[in-house]
Design a protein around this ligand. Structure first.
Ligand SMILES: NC(=O)c1ccc[n+]([C@@H]2O[C@H](COP(=O)([O-])OP(=O)(O)OC[C@H]3O[C@@H](n4cnc5c(N)ncnc54)[C@H](OP(=O)(O)O)[C@@H]3O)[C@@H](O)[C@H]2O)c1
Length: 258
């Protein structure tokens, strides 16, 4: 039997990249999958992949910047599949381009925080309520290595990812006794659309800055999310698993690269 057979897994940000890979991986592991993001067509394409592979999928197009969206996605999951066992909150907004803090537009700050932090809080609230009612569950919030180490010019994103790690710990403490585990993932540079758009030269530079000399893949991050949500991680809650090719482990010797 597949390890998530009979379970219902909800994934936000499932239209592309890490979220899409995670949704496909849960489907392949036997879960019924609820896919959430704003892009109905892209979600439908990922859901079709899951169904072609013999799985069950439900798409819920929603903007997680809106206060009602999180309640709506969980209600849709319960309505279609009757329960919620697992959630991976991967949706995030990044802001348009790196900008020094003193020049950051307030609207840009608000947009990034609305999805990448407030949206995860709202998602957690709705997901945990459903899981408590169902006897327990497991949640992964997709943070980032920028939740530990800042990147210049990305104040709203970095602030959101740092906060997400604290939010994860509090949620884990508040609901451990309810049987709900909450952990975070901190991916390093992963080959998704934004790095695809950045071009080969930029990708090579980023890869060369990592001890392993390559980018991560969405499937590698998805595998870590599945482990954190599975029975083998039953004693793991309130932690952040770093999946970064060694980025946060340290620096190259002074004056040299990797
Ligand atoms: N790729 C990396 O190198 C990397 C590294 C560290 C951490 N991460 C984190 O990993 C996660 C996934 O990143 P990614 O690179 O795979 O994808 P991404 O390109 O950052 O896509 C983000 C996802 O969030 C969804 N989204 C954005 N705004 C939304 C909103 N208002 N409401 C609902 N959904 C929304 C997007 O779908 P729609 O546009 O369809 O709404 C998309 O599915 C993010 O949390 C990111 O911060 C990524």
């Amino acid at each position: 039997m597949k390890s998530f057979t009979g379970k219902v897994a909800l994934v936000t940000g499932a239209s592309r990249g890490i979220g899409a890979a995670t949704a496909r991986a849960f489907g392949a592991a036997g879960a019924s999958v609820v896919l959430v993001s704003r892009s109905a067509d892209a979600l439908a394409a990922v859901a079709a992949d899951i169904e072609r592979a013999g799985g069950a999928a439900l798409t819920v197009p929603a903007d997680l910047a809106s206060a009602e969206a999180a309640e709506g996605m969980v209600a849709a999951a319960l309505d279609r599949f009757g329960r919620l066992d697992v959630a991976v909150n991967s949706a995030a907004a990044h802001g348009s381009r790196p900008t020094p803090l003193a020049s950051i537009d307030v609207d840009e700050w608000d947009r990034t925080i609305a999805v990448s932090l407030r949206g995860v809080f709202l998602s957690l609230r709705a997901e945990i309520a459903a899981m408590v009612a169902g006897g327990g569950g497991a949640i992964v919030n997709v943070a980032s290595t920028t939740g530990f180490e800042a990147v210049a010019g990305l104040a709203p994103y970095v602030a959101a990812k740092h906060a997400l790690i604290g939010l994860t710990k509090t949620a884990a403490l508040d609901h451990a006794a309810d049987g709900v585990r909450v952990n975070a993932l901190a991916p390093g540079p992963t080959h998704t659309e934004s790095l695809e758009r950045a071009g080969e030269a930029a990708r090579s530079r980023v890869a060369a800055s990592l001890p392993v000399h390559r980018l991560g893949t969405p499937d590698e991050v998805a595998a870590a999310a599945l482990w954190l949500c599975g029975d083998q991680a039953a004693f793991v809650t309130g932690t952040t698993l770093v999946v970064d090719g060694g980025l946060l482990a340290g620096q190259p010797p002074f004056g040299s690269g990797w």
